[in-house]
Design a protein around this ligand. Structure first.
Ligand code: HEC
Length: 144
């Protein structure tokens, strides 16, 4: 009886060992997926300016930030707004928003940063429905 038990264990361990090797081989030979989250140097410069001037004290991105100004996540793709509109406001400020005296290169960088934000998310965070299991469903999507 003990003899049999021993070979049974050996069988299980061999199976686990082989399974581990096959799985590891599989994982390490998979092509690495393209990283779509890498942002351009220009957008990185824009992010630095965003932080330096503390834009988020008044503005939100993805619904997070200060509430004096509007959420800027989707400003560039919003009908009637877009790049020229955003650039004009950044260049001159408004009665409420200060003029940061940004030069054209800085404005370009901030636009690249905002474009990145626009591509990667949306600001309609309040229209998400939180399910009982903690997952969220955005409008237009159906719960699986
Ligand atoms: C003191 C608060 C404040 C700060 C700081 C601020 N903004 Fe604003 N911003 C506003 C307000 C308020 C508006 C809306 C226009 C208005 O009411 O004058 C606005 C509007 C904008 C708009 C147009 C958005 C839209 O959808 O109409 C852009 C783009 C913008 N700001 C970019 C920036 C950037 C970039 C920075 C940082 C360099 C910044 N803002 C810092 C207050 C601020």
């Amino acid at each position: 009886m003990p003899e049999r038990n021993f070979s049974y264990h050996r069988f299980i361990y061999t199976l686990l060992g082989v399974g581990f090797l096959v799985f590891s081989g599989f994982v390490y030979t998979q092509a690495v997926p393209e990283n779509n989250h890498v942002i351009s140097p220009k957008a990185v410069a824009g992010k630095m300016l965003w932080q330096q001037h503390n834009c988020s004290s008044c503005h939100q991105l993805y619904g997070l930030g200060g509430y004096l100004g509007p959420d800027l996540t989707n400003t560039l793709s919003t009908k009637g707004k877009g790049k020229n509109y955003a650039a004009a406001i950044m260049k001159n400020g408004t009665q409420v928003m200060p003029n940061f005296h940004l030069n054209d290169t800085e404005i370009e960088a901030l636009l690249a940063f905002l474009e990145q934000a626009d591509k990667s998310g949306n600001n309609r965070v309040h229209s998400y429905e939180i399910g009982l299991d903690g997952t969220i469903t955005s409008e237009g999507e159906t719960r699986k």
